[in-house]
Ligand binder design. Structure first.
Ligand SMILES: NC(=O)c1ccc[n+]([C@@H]2O[C@H](COP(=O)([O-])OP(=O)(O)OC[C@H]3O[C@@H](n4cnc5c(N)ncnc54)[C@H](OP(=O)(O)O)[C@@H]3O)[C@@H](O)[C@H]2O)c1
Length: 223
């Protein structure tokens, strides 16, 4: 399987490393051009390209950019592709977005409303980059943690679940994109290190009123 990354920062590089370790092909990209990615690509051992090329390259394309860039994604080249969206909303960084502040929409619905011809799957927004680097485990490991995922397309969700398994994590079905608020910021599942069954339980018991403080996950590790 080929994974294209739009964005080549902390999250993209951490995921790219797991993908390469799992024998997958990787292309990373950013907004400044492939010539700015030589050091990272040499270290990882992957290809580089423009964002458009990474979108064309991948069977799955990971969008690992700040949320404020979502409407600069190469919509045309992402047509018909599975797009793995790991974006989180930080108003101080991304600007005030009414639909998100009012909780009328999830971040993934915002992205999916822009990428109308792609299939968006939410995954990996709910793990810190530090944990992403160190918590990957082989299938069946006792301390393997799970990643919540959501999509309106079951087949795409299955493809991403298999990819997540290759990257060293279990996955938990968090429903449709409209349900993904359950693992956005300020919810108990957000960035919490938990095995599959525990994470399923956390998601099930999260209601619209269940809100936790920023950094909650630092004091709640279940693996
Ligand atoms: N860090 C975490 O712990 C963590 C955890 C979960 C989710 N996330 C989310 O994951 C996303 C990425 O986070 P990160 O920590 O990896 O950020 P980062 O280190 O700042 O990397 C962002 C990358 O996006 C690229 N970029 C920005 N605008 C772009 C555009 N229009 N086209 C192509 N590339 C573009 C940047 O490169 P150029 O500026 O050179 O284009 C950079 O390579 C964010 O939405 C974040 O909220 C982060």
């Amino acid at each position: 399987m080929k994974i294209g990354f739009i964005g080549a920062g902390a999250m993209a590089q951490a995921l790219a490393k797991h993908a390469l370790d799992g024998g997958l092909s990787v292309m990373i990209s950013n907004s400044r051009g492939p010539e700015t990615l030589t050091v990272a690509a040499n270290r990882l051992g992957c290809e580089t390209g423009t964002a458009q090329q990474a979108a064309e390259f991948g069977d799955v394309i990971v969008i690992a950019v700040p949320l404020y860039s979502f409407n600069k994604l190469p919509k045309e080249q992402l047509k018909g592709k599975i797009v793995l969206d790991l974006l989180n909303y930080f108003p101080h960084r991304d600007g005030y977005i009414t639909e998100l502040n009012s909780l009328r929409m999830t971040t993934s619905e915002l992205v999916a409303n822009y990428l109308t011809d792609s299939t968006v799957v939410k995954a990996f927004n709910s793990i810190t980059v530090e944990d992403l680097r160190r918590d990957a485990r082989p299938e069946g490991a006792k301390d393997r943690r799970a990643i919540p995922i959501a999509s309106n397309d079951q087949e795409a969700k299955n493809v991403v679940a298999r990819l997540i398994d290759k990257l060293g994590f279990d996955s938990v079905d968090g429903g449709k994109l409209s349900d993904s608020w359950r693992f956005e910021r300020f919810r108990p599942a957000y960035c919490v290190a938990a095995p599959k069954e525990k994470l399923e339980g956390i998601l099930e018991t999260t209601t619209r009123d269940t809100v936790v403080a920023d950094g909650y996950w630092l004091h709640h590790r279940f693996v």
